[in-house]
Structures are given as C-alpha cells and as structure tokens.
Design a protein around this ligand. Sequence first.
Ligand code: EPZ
Length: 419
Amino acid sequence: MEKLVIKGGRPLKGKVTISGAKNATVAIIPAALLANGVCTLENLPMIKDVVVLREIIEQMGARVSFSENGTMKIDASRLEQPYIDNGLVKELRASYYLLGALLARFGRVTMAYPGGCDIGVRPIDQHIKGFKALGAEVEIEHGMISVKADKLVGNEIFLDVVSVGATINIMIAATMAEGTTIIENAAKEPHVVDVASFLNSIGAEVKGAGTDVIKIKGKSSFYGSTYMVIPDQIEAGTYMIAAASIPGGDVTINNVIPKHLDSITAKLIEMGAEVQVNGESIRVMSNDRLKSVDVKTLPYPGFPTDLQQPMTSTLTVANGISMVTESIWEGRFKHVDELKRMGANIKVEGRVAVIEGTDVLTGARVSATDLRAGAALVIAGLLAQGETEVVNLFHIDRGYENIEGKLRDLGADIVRKQL
Ligand code: EPZ
C-alpha cells in the first residue's frame, strides 16, 4: 500500500503534458476486438484501467503489446469464446464496452457485471435497451450478464437519459448490425466522437458523433488501423484547476484540445484566473485569491461531473460562498468529509454542496474514495498549509498517469511512499 505525501502552499509553475484520454481508450480497446487485422493505438495513458483491460483481452486470446511510449498493438484475430468470468471485470466500469464489442463480433457474450467508482447508482438499463432494440436478448443472473442475438438488426433508439456509456456501447454493437441504426439523444462527449473516429478508421460508417443524433450503417467485417487517441479532457482540466488554485501559479498545459476545455476555461476566468489558449496548449495563471462561483455539472459541453470534485477543493479557499450542483451522479460528494478534516466549510444537501471559502486549509491524513475524489484531495493537499497524506491511491492510479511526477515537475512538494 502506498500514500502520497504533499507539503502544500507552493504555486505551480512550468509545463505539463497531458496523456491520452482514459474514457476514450477504455472504449477503443474493446472496439479494437472487432478488427480482423492489427490495431495500433497510439497516445494511450499509462494507467491501471488500461493495464486491466489489456489483461482481460489477453485472457480472451487477443495478442497485445504495450510499449512505454503509450502505443498498444492489438491482434484479436484469434479471440476465443466471449465468456469473461473473472474479478478483473469488476475493477473498472468500462468493462461494459466488452458487451457491445463481443455481441457485435460473436453475436453473444457472457461476463461478470461491471464494477467501477462508487459514485452513486450506476444503472446500465439504457445499454440493455439499445442491445434489445438491435434484436438481442439480455439476462442477468448470479452476478453475470448475458447478451445474445441470432442476428443484430439496425433500429432507431431514443435514449431516455444522455448516457456516454450507452451511446458508445450501442454504437459499437450497431457497427455489425444489418442495416442502419440511429441513436437519438446521444451523448456528445469528446470521447464519444473519438470512439466513432476509431470505428471509422477500421472501416465502420458512423456519422453524427458529437451531435445528439448518431447514424451507424452496419458492416460485416473490419480491418486493422493505426489510430491516435485524443488528449484527456479531464486530466487537462484537473491541471488547469490545480494551476489556478494557488496564487502565483503559471502553468502551460500541453497536448490539449482547447475546445474540449471551454467550460473549465470559462469557469476559471469567472473565478479571476487568467487563461490563454495557444494552439494545442493552454496557459493558466493565477495572481490573486480566486472568487467564489456556482458550478452545475452537465453533459458535454457543460461543466463535466468528473471535474466537480477537483473544483470543489479549489472553492474551499475561494473568496465567498459557492454552490456546487451535481446533476449526474448522486453519490459524488464523498470527498467532502475528507475536505472537512482539512478545515473546509462545506454543507451538502442532496445533490448540492454549499461551500464557504476559508482563508486556509490545513494538511491532514485523508482517503481517496474514488478516482476524482483522489484528484480533489491531491489539489487540497497542494493548497493546504502543512503536510497532507492521501491514502487509497489505487483509485487515483486508475485514471491519472504519474500524477506525482507531473506535479513535481511543476514545483509541487509531493512524494509517493509506502504506508
Ligand atoms: C462515463 O460514465 C465516464 N466513465 C464517467 O467518468 C463520467 O462521470 C460519466 O460518463 C459522465 O460523463 C467512462 O467513460 C468509463 P453515463 P458512464 O452513462 O458512461 C444515468 C471518471 O471519473 N444512466 O453517461 O457510466 C447514470 O445513472 C468516470 O472518469 C442511466 O440512468 O456514465 C448517470 O446519472 C466516473 N442508465 C447518467 O445517466 C444507463 O443505462 C450519466 O451516466 C446509463 C446511465
């Protein structure tokens, strides 16, 4: 077991390079199982979720190599039975994309029910609705989910909620359905677009990704391709928020798509930070104590739920009262109790947190309850006076590549130690 030890109070200065997008990668790896040739995926993040997915697909017979520079080669031509009965599936939510991919490829799949961050009820009814609309039968028994179809046939599917996972999963399954599938009320997140672009690179015909209507014309086979995954919007946003948090910060964040970060840029400017966009870089500067703001999480292009927790940490020391409304996940305020141990003034009522900014947080031993809660506590540690210890790092390692190394390069006093 490891912990991060942070001595806070130092403004962040310098340059940081953003890794490939976790939430695109974890869908593109399963989608690569559709190809008959070798898929070369570039710019993948070196994170635990990717390592676990690799292990799952290798156990199924895929041949995989993964090099230090983030390039993964996947040859799924000898994939075996679409049955995955092991604990690895429970380690990440995104294992649900194996349902769509294996349903498309084999017409059937049985696997353990997916796990992932504990941030509230995480239903997959919209994924199931989509599979059924394509002609599949779905059974959930003894912790296993089975999806099978004699033949997948394209259909029109209106999602009841805007779901990233359901949009991507149905899109993947529909690539091999007979005829055309139309997904309405589709999610528009950058990673939805990236998965569609990858599918098109292996021969699929997906149109409209990035809007709320996606059309997929089914094909019977796919070939290998070389594909570069987009930069991680949430990792970039995390460093933007961290940079703005401590007065005197001046950080250039490289390898970003600034458009994906518009909602964060706007919020940081509203709080008094300076943000400059320059090609594929964003520079964030903070001269004074930030001002309080209200934040409401929404599907893209709104403020992302995955940055609500890091932003909450920053608002604990902003000048004034802020209101944070979490409209996607009802259980995403678990970091608040930990922030209170550091002196934060926060009251949570249902999906709303009211934060009264304090002059200073003080270091404490805190525990990451989920991935972005972990990032939030690291930011709190950077802000706080004295020493903060963050434990339960496995959550953070699921989604952030070398977080302590990147922060150290920005001048933070942060080290990873054995507990
Ligand atoms: C993805 O989760 C991300 N995970 C999450 O990021 C992110 O918080 C979320 O999208 C929202 O942006 C991955 O991409 C692997 P959803 P996902 O389906 O797809 C409800 C992180 O920190 N819903 O868009 O599982 C659901 O309850 C992680 O990186 C249904 O009701 O989220 C939620 O309220 C955490 N039925 C809303 O929709 C369904 O069938 C959005 O969920 C599916 C979802």
